[in-house]
Ligand binder design. Structure first.
Ligand code: RP5
Length: 161
């Protein structure tokens, strides 16, 4: 069973979207990652979303760049939570992707994250937080992750002048 579906508009998005996959992998959460486009392969996208639902998926992470309809289209096809990651684009640097996702009209929500790698990693982590609501052991590992992260900040030293 793949608990999370990661979808991106193009294989060129993987460099960013692999950060979401890495977070899920680090917490031992099964995912399936696919490149499927809202514009270029709409039928395959719809079929994959339905198939993932049948296979017990709990959330989707969708990354796309430019006029990034992907997350909104996935959200239109499922009642599962959809997390959107704006991919940096060549000319507008991902601001186009961000606005396409974050400005979803009322009624079909997409939880939109930051542009690029940090957004992808946080989308992966956010799914871990969602799953931890019903899983005390996973919540414990999330707490330990936070403690390690805080420890690294405390231990860091500024370089000398
Ligand atoms: C979008 O167009 C994709 O999500 C990608 O970010 C962007 C460029 O795609 P390619 O031309 O690299 O396939 O649909």
């Amino acid at each position: 069973m793949s608990t999370v579906g990661i979808v991106m508009g193009s294989t060129s998005d993987w460099e960013v979207m692999k950060e979401a996959a890495q977070q899920l992998k680090d917490f031992g959460i099964a995912y399936e990652a696919r490149a499927l486009s809202a514009h270029r392969t709409p039928a395959e996208l719809e079929a994959w979303v339905a198939d993932m639902e049948r296979r017990g998926c709990k959330a989707f992470i969708a990354g796309a760049g430019g006029a990034a309809h992907l997350a909104g289209v996935v959200a239109a096809k499922t009642l599962l939570p959809v997390l959107g990651v704006p991919i940096p684009s060549k000319y507008l640097k991902g601001l186009d992707s961000l606005l396409s996702m974050v400005q979803m009209p009322k009624g079909i929500p997409v939880a939109t994250f930051a542009i690029g790698e940090a957004g992808a990693a946080n989308a992966g982590l956010f799914v871990v937080h969602m799953l931890a609501l019903g899983d005390a052991e996973l919540a414990g590992r999330l707490r330990a992750f936070r403690e390690r992260q805080a420890g690294a900040v405390r231990a860091a030293e500024l370089p000398p002048l």
